[in-house]
Design a protein around this ligand. Structure first.
Ligand code: ZN
Length: 268
């Protein structure tokens, strides 16, 4: 007969509202599938802080200001889209040192999710924009190093380019830049958050009339008009607020962690 007494101390589930950092990081790494992309961003935990997370802050970018604001808000974890490390060795000097030092002094964890958070099917920037615009039949679109990180589909009904731009402006709260290279009607739409100006040729090949992206690039200016595709630029920053906010909300659902979004628009 086996002894029913447990041979080791059994711990119950952690109380909602706090989670060990390492557990949270493991959960995030898995949920975001962070190893799936050849991303120059060092995705994952970039700076290790306190061992227990009770409060989360989210922001698009990492700057001294966002780090300090996160610390001042009482956050133990700052969740960002654009982190501090981008594929090359970086001396801890100048502003980079100040950023790292500000986080370390506050014992703040910094977690970055770049391409995995553009591409994520539930909380990704593109998935969230597609949902907000009621995109029908969303399909993978927007090649990035062999991975489709955006979405393409149809709006529920065709609308004028002006009405569509107005709708996007309502969604982001910022003015769009519109290059009307195609028919003045939006129905078949591709979405690539951030720097997607290079996706015009792919949009044309996919039979889309309009591409919605973040930031314009001069070298792609003529593409819209010569491929016959409308391009609506809604801002790099403004198209990338969605993912970090949705991810922080997901952490609240999963672990009961309160969070806040730190809004530091760049106007770009
Ligand atoms: Zn970006």
């Amino acid at each position: 007969m086996t002894d029913p007494t447990p041979t080791h101390t059994q711990r119950g589930p952690a109380p909602r509202g706090e989670v060990e950092r390492d557990t949270l990081v493991r959960w995030l790494n898995e949920y975001l599938n962070i190893g799936a992309y050849p991303d120059p961003s060092l995705n994952g935990l970039q700076i290790e802080g306190t061992g227990v997370i009770r409060r989360v802050a989210a922001s698009v970018d990492t700057s001294v200001k966002t780090i300090q604001d996160a610390a001042d808000s009482g956050a133990d974890l700052l969740l960002v889209h654009h982190g501090l490390f981008w594929g090359q060795p970086l001396a801890v000097t100048g502003p980079h040192r100040t950023r790292v030092r500000t986080a370390l002094m506050a014992d703040l964890n910094l977690y970055a999710a770049h391409i995995p958070l553009d591409a994520h099917p539930e909380v990704g920037n593109n998935a969230m924009i597609a949902r907000a615009l009621s995109l029908q039949n969303p399909q993978p679109f927007g090649d990035w190093q062999g991975h489709k990180i955006g979405l393409a589909g149809e709006l529920p009904f065709p609308q004028s380019l002006q009405d569509f731009a107005d709708r996007v402006q309502k969604l982001t709260g910022e003015i769009c830049l519109v290059h009307g290279g195609g028919i003045p009607q939006v129905h078949r739409l591709g979405i690539v958050s951030g720097s997607g100006a290079g996706a015009v040729a792919e949009a044309a090949a996919a039979g889309l009339d309009t591409l919605l992206t973040g930031e314009p690039e001069h070298k792609h200016f003529h593409d819209a008009f010569e491929y016959g595709v409308n391009v609506v630029f809604a801002g790099h920053y403004e198209t990338e607020v969605f993912g970090v906010r949705a991810l922080a909300a997901r952490l609240e659902d999963e672990f009961g962690l309160p969070w806040q979004f730190l809004h530091h628009p760049t106007g770009l």
